[in-house]
Design a protein around this ligand. Structure first.
Ligand SMILES: Nc1ncnc2c1ncn2[C@@H]1O[C@H](COP(=O)(O)OP(=O)(O)O)[C@@H](O)[C@H]1O
Ligand SMILES: N[C@@H](CCOP(=O)(O)O)C(=O)O
Length: 326
């Protein structure tokens, strides 16, 4: 996170009275993340996370992703359980923002993901996709191909100040993706932001998934591509095929990709790159004054995008080109 919106201690103590989470003992803003304002709360009953949802999350979206977290918890996917207030609501208003309290999860996100972490997240992502099959709510992905032109329009005038030629590069890529984006691949509930800082481990064992505000209904393989981008490149931005193999094989051990998903995967990975490139670019160019946030580097995703432009098949990702029918 970051802290965009601060909360006064008295207001928070009052807010907590409508929940069964005990008396407030202490709270502090959390310096990680970039999207929303998060606080760690210690109460007489334990530890909780308070999130105030900021610009990219509308109050209308909260029933979807908070409901999804409860749905996944009930199906054995370890993620934070949203707390209901005394009116039975999972969110309310605090400091002028939609706000929710969720359980604190034990664990640490991996600062330097290794092959075992990549396998862990591959398996967990597939289990989440399977557990989401009977989730009844539907939410469109506002940050998919239909939303990218709007983001580019926001960033385009100053894009070249970040990297010369970036504006034209993005325009050409976007035109290509819009013209070729698939519409007939298996869809379901996707996390859409399962980066290392949203996956907790205790040792090498995955202990939980957090941060569901981008969750939505979209192509499952697109979620796989988002993760591959986030987990399988090295700090110098070279692609690590060993990590990709571990990640994809672990995913496919639970939910094998279809032939059509495999064929479309390089394109989906380009889309997954431009999506984060664009939001990072917009954020980088528009840091709110006084915000406690370190914007993420957009150029990282230019490099990843260029890599996927050179890919022709799954073999370039370190896995078999086609699976034998079972
Ligand atoms: N349920 C949770 N349990 C423990 N820590 C959490 C939990 N949710 C968030 N955090 C902490 O807050 C940080 C930011 O949360 P995140 O959801 O990624 O922020 P954002 O809302 O900006 O996307 C995480 O990296 C983690 O340190
Ligand atoms: N994962 C995104 C930014 C969203 O941040 P988070 O704190 O919600 O994980 C990126 O890397 O651009």
């Amino acid at each position: 996170m970051a802290v965009y919106t601060d909360v006064a201690a008295d207001d928070l103590a009052d807010f907590l009275k409508s929940y069964d989470v005990g008396e407030l003992l202490s709270y502090k803003g959390i310096a990680e993340g970039v999207e929303n304002s998060n606080f760690l709360l210690h109460t007489s009953k334990g530890a909780y996370i308070l999130t105030l949802y900021e610009k990219r999350v509308a109050a209308d979206d909260l029933p979807y992703f908070l409901g999804l977290m409860a749905h996944l918890c009930a199906r054995g996917v370890n993620c934070p359980q949203p707390q209901k207030n005394r009116d039975g609501e999972v969110y309310a208003s605090l400091a002028g923002r939609p706000a929710a309290i969720i359980n604190f999860l034990e664990g640490m996100w991996p600062r330097r993901p290794n092959v075992m972490h990549c396998a862990g997240v591959g398996e967990a992502l597939a289990r989440m996709h399977v557990a989401g099959r009977d989730f009844p709510l539907v939410r469109k992905n506002n940050l998919s191909v239909d939303g990218w032109r709007g983001l580019l329009a926001l960033a385009a005038p100053r894009a070249d100040t970040v990297q010369p030629g970036l504006r034209a590069f993005l325009q050409t890529e976007l035109d290509y993706l819009v013209a070729h984006w698939p519409t007939d691949l298996p869809e379901g509930v996707i996390h859409a932001d399962l980066f290392p800082d949203n996956v907790f481990f205790l040792g090498d064992k995955l202990s939980g998934l957090i941060d569901f505000p981008f969750a939505c209904n979209d192509m499952l393989a697109y979620d796989v591509a988002i993760c591959l981008n986030a987990w399988c490149f090295e700090p110098d931005l070279s692609f690590n095929a060993t990590k990709a193999r571990a990640f994809l094989n672990a995913y496919e051990a639970v939910r094998p990709l279809t032939a059509a998903e495999r064929a479309a995967f390089p394109l989906l990975a380009r889309g997954a790159s431009i999506r984060f490139l664009l939001t990072r670019l917009v954020d980088f160019l528009n840091v709110p004054e006084g915000a406690f946030v370190k914007p993420k580097d957009p150029v990282e995703y230019v490099r990843k995008l260029r890599f996927h432009q050179s890919v022709t098949s799954m073999a370039d990702y370190g896995v078999e080109v086609a699976r034998q029918p079972a």
